[in-house]
Design a protein around this ligand. Structure first.
Ligand code: FAD
Length: 493
């Protein structure tokens, strides 16, 4: 117990010796003493070092709370909501890049990693997942029954943040991850644990599908499962210069194919590292055990190729391999944008990427990458079919498939941060400007990959924003989750 004793005494707060953060931890210590951890304690240190980005690892809360049940979370929220100066953060897998998204300086970080329940419902047609699980564990457990759910591409990504931000992955026929949720258990601002589904709380149910941490703390998600056996795919690596035209044409044709094979998807990363220059890393994926299926041959026949790691494999192994490419503890910047599927726009995007290299080429340990992901009309239709989310993914121009473009910029030293961020934001602006000129810019931003300078919830459109504010006032009249939980992406005013 490291708190100042003064913080426990009535009348001492807000004395100078007892900061708001100390006071909040002291109040929580009265309620859940064995779940509270302070700097130097093993659980506190493990919680901080489990964040993905170095920036999030460097944020130092006064205390970390590690609840083990929904009831614990309810006690925490009841306590915090009655102390408006207490500021807190909520962490599941800790994979959002920006400092403060799921951690808080001088506040209380609620680490949900112990809420890792996994249970089947209704035979095995549904599975209930705790937010503290990571996708690798989920895939592994489901695979024992020949089942899967649409989750993240990397095994380390957390269930909680991913599903609350939408969630993109391998399975076109199921839309966003959040489209497959049939029920939530949520601790709302009053501390009540609500069972939320399309019948009991239809508005909150929809608002949570894209609403991130704005409505409460989700302590479980129930999703539909589907059968899955072995899958095919893996990374293929190419030098950019001799293959760029083939790459972008293959991507554009694949995304816009009017007979899109819904078992197939691909991620195409354009990456720079000083040792190799610019390369393409294509990751085709096929959700059936079929080697080199016709739908993905436009990628597999690209030549010359440096490496081919495709194989028949399992979803778990696939996600583990992806996870190994993104280790913890580096400085990270991600952003997200979307454009209509258009070959000229993809070329403009590549040129902008190429032009960005000189400004970061000498940064120590730089890994500079953007990833293209198809959102074919089949995906948008699947999302609409299961749908009822609040993401408001617009389709502009109408009838065109979309392309999502996410960045992943990794570096080592703090003194390079300004250089990398400036170059990263300039690249974002350059791509947006080109797409606007070509009439292909689509103003939707994927919350799960957004930079803190972006406003993904506004990109869901005015009607969705107004709807989400209404739901927020209804379930959180004191606005606890807007005022006391500042991290991540908040509802627009
Ligand atoms: C290596 C890597 C691979 C990725 N792959 C994919 C991918 O394939 N598809 C994709 O869509 N995204 C992907 N992402 C992005 C990822 O989905 C987001 O970073 C997501 O927020 C991570 O969830 P988390 O639980 O790990 O994050 P956290 O950082 O713990 O949380 C993110 C946000 O959600 C809030 N939150 C988390 N849990 C709860 C909860 N239970 N209740 C209320 N609020 C909560 C937090 O407060 C925070 O603001 C990837 C990211 C990385 C780093």
């Amino acid at each position: 117990m490291k708190i100042l004793v003064a913080c426990l005494l009535p009348g001492f707060y807000p004395a100078l010796v007892c900061t708001a953060g100390n006071f909040c931890c002291a109040q929580l210590e009265k309620v859940l003493p064995d779940k509270l951890h302070y700097p130097g304690d093993q659980v506190y240190n493990a919680s901080l070092s489990s964040f993905w980005s170095e920036q999030e690892q460097s944020v130092t809360p006064i205390c970390v709370l590690r609840p083990v049940s929904g009831r614990d979370v309810s006690e925490i929220i009841r306590t915090l909501a009655t102390a408006p100066k207490c500021r807190f953060a909520v962490k599941s897998g800790g994979h959002m890049a920006q400092a403060g998204a799921a951690n808080i300086e001088d506040g209380v970080t609620i680490d949900l990693s112990a809420l890792a329940q996994f249970s089947f419902e209704q035979g095995r047609s549904r599975v209930t997942l705790g937010p503290g699980l990571r996708w690798g564990e989920v895939y592994n457990k489901l695979a024992a029954y020949g089942l899967a759910v649409p989750g993240g591409r990397s095994s380390d990504v957390g269930v909680g943040g991913y599903l609350l931000g939408g969630g993109l992955g391998y399975f076109i026929p199921y839309g966003f991850g959040c489209d497959n949720i049939v029920a939530y258990k949520v601790v709302v601002a009053s501390g009540a644990i609500q069972n939320v589904d399309a019948v009991t709380h239809p508005e909150l149910f929809r608002a949570l599908k894209g609403g991130s941490n704005n409505f409460g703390i989700v302590v479980s998600f129930t999703l539909r499962t589907f059968p899955l056996g072995r899958v095919w795919g893996g990374n293929m690596v190419y030098l950019a210069a001799p293959t760029v035209d083939q790459q972008l044409k293959a991507f554009s044709d694949f995304t816009g194919n009017t007979h899109y094979d819904v078992h197939a998807t691909v991620q195409m990363s354009i990456s720079f590292a000083p040792s190799v220059g610019i390369i393409f890393v294509d990751q085709p994926f096929y959700a059936l055990p079929r080697i080199n299926p016709p739908a993905l041959r436009s990628f597999t026949r690209i030549r010359p190729r440096l490496q081919d790691q495709t194989s028949l494999t399992t979803l778990t192994a696939f996600a583990n391999a992806s996870g190994q490419l993104s280790p913890l503890g580096f400085r990270q910047m991600t952003w997200s944008l979307s454009v209509a599927n258009d070959l000229e726009t993809l070329h403009a995007l590549f040129i902008a990427f190429n032009n960005s290299i000189p400004s970061i080429a000498s940064v120590a340990g730089i890994a500079w990458s953007i990833t293209l992901e198809p959102l074919p009309t089949a995906f948008l239709l699947s999302s609409a079919k299961f749908g009822g989310n609040s993401l408001g993914l617009p389709i502009r121009p109408r009838g065109k498939a979309l392309v999502l473009c996410d960045s992943s910029f990794t570096w080592i030293n703090e003194n390079d941060t300004a250089t990398v961020r400036n170059a990263g934001l300039k690249l974002l602006d350059d791509i947006i400007r080109s797409a606007r000129q070509l009439g292909t810019y689509n103003d939707w931003v994927d919350l799960n990959h957004a930079d803190y300078s972006q406003d993904p919830i506004s990109s869901y459109g005015r009607a969705n924003g107004a709807f989400m504010r209404y739901v927020s006032r209804r379930y959180d009249p004191g606005q606890t989750f807007q005022k006391q939980l500042p991290g991540g992406f908040k509802l627009p005013a």
